[in-house]
Structures are given as structure tokens and as C-alpha cells.
Design a binder for this molecule. Structure first.
Ligand SMILES: C[S@@+](CC[C@H](N)C(=O)[O-])C[C@H]1O[C@@H](n2cnc3c(N)ncnc32)[C@H](O)[C@@H]1O
Ligand code: SF4
Length: 368
């Protein structure tokens, strides 16, 4: 089996942020050793040729000790022997990255850190339930830089009480730090989170103004806006995430991890104990698997590919299957068709959900 990328989920956090619906379990540090064994067992059940990229995400990978991070990377190396990963990323949280952990990651072949900074405003960090202050993020960023990692920084906008001026301050400060890569996400309010229960709502106009500000500032600072939420210095785009948008194959290990292999998309079950007991008994705990066929498969390829600002070559089959939708999107000025490539227009960038919805079943003709 050849998977271009490997994702490893680390479902531990020091607490739960008020907006987050990722699968993570605060207060379960005691479960880490058993979890590492379970990951190795799942890797044994799912052999693959050495993938080209590795992404260790969470949760909070840096909640693990330096020894446990080294053990995790060693176990990945043993399970998938071969040449070094061309790119290996680990998500790091500002409060838990230490010099010992940075050294263990470097030693284990990690090339990139993705630092969850979110905002430079300490009051806002507290409001969104983060457990770090901006000074921790500065320290962690320097630590990563000095250890030789490519640095990516995550920022958020549309947070409760966040102003355009506040976002401008965060952007100026972070762009001056010159990370190689920047991911900037508009707040998504999920029902089953403190923000969802609190009834936090979006101000659409402010959200749009904020996204415009992000784009203008990042581009002016020399960053290539290559995906809706992602910016990179030239040549520093995230190769692993490019696999997702190009709908290529990747293997995901851990609870709730998603895999895409040979046309099948599958998701592991999210429960930590269920995951552990399943894989230790020799079973992959699968929550869901589907093989997309025909128009659904084509639609997924279009939806993912159009997230990239360079767009995608949709190909004759897709052009034919979605002729009506593509024509309508072009007429509404949301996509641009340039020779064989199709991409979002500058207006389409702000309406990416509307564009994506055209490619998701039930399709227009099925509904009428
Ligand atoms: C896998 S998550 C968490 C990684 C890491 N534990 C952290 O908190 O930095 C990666 C990024 O997604 C973004 N994110 C998470 N939940 C979000 C939400 N509800 N709306 C928008 N962005 C979100 C945050 O910027 C976060 O850094
Ligand atoms: S945002 Fe990150 S640190 Fe916060 S709960 Fe989610 S995974 Fe954990």
C-alpha cells in the first residue's frame, strides 16, 4: 500500500478551549503509556510503505513528555521503515513546549512546528479558554526557531469581543516574527462546546472585514496565500496538508483519525478506551467507512481542490458532471475559469462555503 502521508493523533490536552470540538481528553495524562502502545499496535495492523510526510496533531502532542515524544517518533520509524520524512510536522502548544521536548522532536526527525498562538491579546486568550499567555507563545516560538524548525503559527479571528484593531495588532506582531507559515481561521462555533452552549454568534460583516484584513496584511508581508486559511513564505507551503486538498492518499492513526486510501475514506472511532482496547485486541476500531463513487467522488475532488487559490484542473468528467453548477458559479462571479483551471474568484474566497455546497450531495438535480 502506498500512502503519501501519515497522520498521528495525540488526543491529550491540559484543558478544553471554549471553541474546540477536536477529539481530546483533558486530565488523562495517566493514559499516555497505554496510548503509545495502542498506536504501535494500530500501525502494526495497518502496514504501509514509508509515507513522504508525517503530521502529528491533536489534541496537544506537546502534552507528552520528551521521553514519550521520542518513543512515539521511534515507534513510527519502526512501523514505517524507509527514508526520512520529507516533511514532519508536530503541533505544539505554547505552555507545554520545553527545550527538552524541542530537542527530542528534532532528534526524531521533525522538521516543522505548528504553534497554536491564536491571538496576542492575553485577555482574549483567557476568554477563549487558552491556558497560555502571549509571552509563553513568544518563548515557544524562539525555542522552535533556535532549535532549527520551520515555524507555522495558528491565529484565529471572529473571537467574542475581538475587534478589527485587536486583530490588526495580532497580525502585525506575528508577521514581524516571520514564521515560515501562517494558518488563520475564522471562529467556527460548534454546538457541543462552551461557546455553542453560551450562544456565541457570528457578526458576518465583521468576520468578512477581518478576513479581508488578514489577506491584505499577509500578502503585503510577502506571504503566498495558497489555501483559503493558509499563507506561506515562498516554497514553505505545508506539503502534508496539500495531500488533503489534492484528495491524495493518507493514513490516519489514533481515535477519530481519518484515512483516505484507494478511494475509501474511513474514520476511527473517537473513544479513547474503545480505541485502545480495540487495537490491542487486533481490531481497527472503525467508526465509518465509505467508498465515494461517481458524482460524489468528483464533487469531493472539486470541493477540496477549489480550496487552493491556484485552483484545480477539474478534467472532462468532472466538468461534464457539474456543468450546470460550474456555469452558475461562474455567472455569479464566484469562480474563474481560466483555460483548463478553475479557481475561486476574490468574491468566491469569502463565499467558499457556498461554492463547496454546490459539490456536495444531494445535488441540485437529485433534489428536484
Ligand atoms: C488541531 S487544532 C489544535 C492544535 C493545538 N492543540 C492548539 O490548540 O494549538 C489546530 C487549530 O485549529 C484552530 N481551531 C480549532 N478549533 C477551531 C474553531 N472552532 N474555529 C476555528 N478555528 C479552530 C486553532 O487555530 C488551532 O490552533
Ligand atoms: S484547541 Fe487545541 S489545546 Fe484547545 S482543546 Fe482543542 S486541541 Fe486542545
Amino acid at each position: 500500500m502506498s500512502d503519501a502521508g501519515l497522520y498521528v493523533h495525540v488526543p491529550f490536552c491540559s484543558g478544553k478551549c471554549s471553541y474546540c470540538d477536536f477529539v481530546s481528553f483533558p486530565g488523562r495524562a495517566a493514559s499516555v503509556p497505554g496510548y503509545l502502545k495502542a498506536l504501535e499496535a494500530e500501525a502494526g495492523l495497518r502496514p504501509a510503505a514509508r509515507p513522504e510526510t508525517l503530521y502529528v496533531g491533536g489534541g496537544t502532542p506537546t502534552e507528552l513528555s520528551a521521553e514519550d515524544l521520542a518513543a512515539l517518533l521511534g515507534s513510527v520509524r519502526r512501523s514505517y521503515p524507509g527514508p526520512v520524512f520529507e516533511e514532519a510536522t508536530v503541533e505544539a502548544n505554547p505552555e507545554s513546549l520545553t527545550p527538552e521536548k524541542a530537542a527530542a522532536l528534532r532528534e526524531g526527525g521533525v522538521t516543522r512546528l505548528s504553534l497554536g498562538l491564536q491571538t496576542t491579546d492575553d485577555r482574549l486568550l483567557e476568554r477563549i479558554g487558552r491556558r497560555h499567555r502571549f509571552s509563553d507563545a513568544v518563548r515557544a516560538f524562539r525555542l522552535g526557531r533556535d532549535a532549527g524548525f520551520d515555524m507555522s503559527v495558528d491565529l484565529m479571528f471572529g473571537l467574542p469581543g475581538q475587534t478589527l484593531e485587536g486583530l490588526e495588532r495580532s497580525l502585525s506582531t506575528v508577521l514581524a516574527m516571520r514564521p515560515e507559515h501562517l494558518s488563520v481561521y475564522g471562529l467556527d462555533v460548534h454546538e457541543d462546546t462552551p461557546f455553542g452552549r453560551e450562544g456565541v454568534v457570528h457578526d458576518e460583516d465583521l468576520g468578512r472585514a477581518m478576513f479581508e484584513l488578514v489577506i491584505v496584511r499577509a500578502r503585503a508581508a510577502g506571504y503566498h496565500h495558497y489555501e483559503i486559511s493558509n499563507f506561506a513564505l515562498p516554497g514553505r507551503e505545508c506539503r502534508h496538508n496539500m495531500l488533503y486538498w489534492r484528495n491524495e492518499d493518507y493514513l490516519g492513526l489514533g481515535p477519530a483519525a481519518v484515512s483516505h486510501q484507494d478511494g475509501e475514506r474511513s474514520t476511527n472511532s473517537p473513544g479513547l478506551d474503545e480505541y485502545r482496547s480495540g487495537v490491542l485486541a487486533g481490531r481497527r476500531p472503525l467508526a465509518h467507512a465509505e467508498r465515494l463513487e461517481g458524482k460524489e467522488k468528483l464533487g469531493e475532488t472539486a470541493m477540496l481542490g477549489l480550496r487552493l487559490l491556484d485552483g484545480a484542473e477539474l478534467g472532462p468528467e468532472l466538468e461534464e458532471a457539474f456543468a450546470r453548477e460550474l456555469e452558475s458559479l461562474a455567472e455569479r462571479g464566484l469562480i474563474l475559469r481560466d483555460g483548463r483551471r478553475t479557481r475561486l474568484s476574490s468574491e468566491g474566497l469569502f463565499m467558499a462555503n457556498v461554492v463547496a455546497s454546490e459539490f456536495v450531495a444531494p445535488f441540485a438535480e437529485a433534489a428536484c
